[in-house]
Design a protein around this ligand. Sequence first.
Ligand code: DHB
Length: 395
Amino acid sequence: MTTTVRTRVAIIGAGPAGLLLSHLLADAGIESIVLDQRSREEIESTIRAGILEQGTVEILESTGASERVRTAGSRHDGIELRFAGEGHRIDFDALVGRSVWLYPQHEVLKDLIAARLAAGQDLRFGVTAERVEDTASDRPRVIATDAAGAPLVIEADFVVGADGSRSVAREAVTGSSTGGHFREYPFAWFGILCEAPPSAAELIYSNSPDGFALVSQRSATVQRMYFQCDPATDPSAFSEAELWDALQRRVPGTRLNEGPIFQRDVLRFRSFVAHQLLNGRVALVGDAAHTVPPTGAKGMNLAVADVLILERALRALLLDRDDRLLADFPETALRRIWKAQHFSWWMTSMLHAAPDASDFDRLRQLGELRSVVESEAGSTYLAEAYTGWPLDATR
Ligand code: DHB
């Protein structure tokens, strides 16, 4: 027996993009249903990046999506770039008067889920979207299987694919589940969480002869750190002593605080932008539309920017029957997406050791890093991009 339900906006995916969109739409009086095949526990416990742009923090706070972000999160006014045995601080506050906040993505998700459930949002966990149909009509539909395994159809005025890098909505938008512009990288990140206080007050992005490492943090007692590894690495292949050795060698000049490692993962990365973001009455946002390599932590921030553009367009469409902003959605979103793609690619290629790098490549890379840290213009570009371009005009 198939159950059919109706809503104004069907949102596939209860990640930051889908949840924030439902939150903003509800504020505008537009009801939505949010589906996710994962359980609430899985969504709230999956470890992701931790850096929020200033504009992301302002949106989460001003819309009531997260009341804890500024109090439980910590403000960072700069980062350190380390290379050739020296550290160089990029002072965001002095260069651009902006900052970032360290507040893990799963904490943002906990806040958003609590806020949506408190507001009576129809939020369904364990529901698997199979495909999107009738894309071009004004009644697109999501064909799904509910948590009990029964068929479920959601009819809507508009469908949003906020369903991550393995999006099922993508096919309805681009004609292919994988189609897009993309680039692979010959390395990955080995990530650990450990019980030890931060090794440094700010994040350290280190380019070393052994490869890249990132020293980040989670709290006064937990550190998050990453080091460059082969994409085929098995996370269980290293002993704790080997992990500390690998990390320590890549951050010469800092004695890392060691402690029990309670989580390890290998993050493969790629750059991807779907060929299309909109088809009829179906749009893609967040990782369904694009993925970026993690260096510079743009992923979730870019999802928030997409959502702000789409939400404005949906308000015009569904409240005023004006489809002009929707027609502009792909171009407006893509301007920022490609800037963030460039920044993430640039940080990645400037800081990592490519396996086939020649001496020329390595020396050129040091020249590039010096061009950033020894120039106010170079440092300002990094500070501006890292803290986030303005969201108003979504540039
Ligand atoms: C973190 C991840 C990133 O990709 C980054 O650039 C900075 C911080 C993190 O998980 O803390």
